[in-house]
Design a protein around this ligand. Sequence first.
Ligand code: ADP
Ligand code: MG
Length: 326
Amino acid sequence: MLKIENLSASYQTIDGPVHVVKHLNFDIRDNEIFGIAGESGCGKTTLLRVLYDIIQYPLSIDEGRVVLSGVKKGVPYELTTGEIRKAWWNNISYVPQAAQSVLNPIMRLKDQFLDSIPKQDRGDESKEQTLDRVRSYLKELGLSPDVLNAYPFQLSGGMRQRAIIALATFMSPGLILADEPTTALDVVVQRGILMMLTRLQKQYKNTLVIVSHDMGVHYQICDRVGIMYSGSLVELGPTADLFREPLHPYSRMLIGALPVVGDKSAKEGIPGRPPSLKDPPPGCRFAPRCPRASERCRREVPEFRQVRPGRFAACHLLEEEAQSHA
Ligand SMILES: Nc1ncnc2c1ncn2[C@@H]1O[C@H](COP(=O)(O)OP(=O)(O)O)[C@@H](O)[C@H]1O
Ligand SMILES: [Mg+2]
């Protein structure tokens, strides 16, 4: 469905390029909910923008590409970086971070829906007929069709976010990218949005990519999770396995920092700060914060590779452990 091939991207700044996405290689499968986790500033939003093909100054691709493929209405398609934008709304859609601002404040929701549906998809349908399709879609998602008559400011934050998700998914794209879809919403509303997303994915059998700094979100809804650190993936695997036994020292810290019901011991959080992307440390970028880092870790970049069936990680220690068991 989505192949990320040796992808690197950077921002041009007055001090030179900042490499924000580094040598990413992984696949997102059909019909899965894939999570992208990691601390703020590690490059999650930038990665989604590259996946969605919004590559404009100061962002550029240094290397690699993204391949989006699938079948829609019986017709197979395959699009690579530079062509993916042709498939916006139809095959791929994007709910940006702080999505509230994608709605036009002076337009009623129904006009924003009508604007987002391409002419060829409406055929010779009248406006009312199209709106009827929108209404039944909203009902399926558990939303009242009344939102169509509202202006964005008349809706609560949670309702606005639901309306945006409905707008992004109305054309049933095979792939939906959602950037921090529940951040800034209170816990009860968060749960509602997550339920809406999982129901939608089950019903329409599309692929959902959820970016969140909140590991709890990934634990609740993702089939697989990729953990990002300083522009690269450090670990990727099935959610249940990764939470039960995180392999990379950074994943261990992230998961160890999660509150556990009934556990009264103080959670430590992660000591240290993420490295500067402008001037990253040589070798493994996590080495300066890693309790187990060796000389080699500070010198040599570890390769992101399959360490067990279905489980990928970039860590010299894992490689050395595997060798000592062999
Ligand atoms: N327009 C930009 N110009 C230069 N640097 C940027 C720009 N946008 C983001 N960055 C930098 O890229 C890094 C990754 O940012 P981002 O992708 O937003 O991370 P995340 O979504 O994980 O918080 C940050 O260090 C940020 O400062
Ligand atoms: Mg972000």
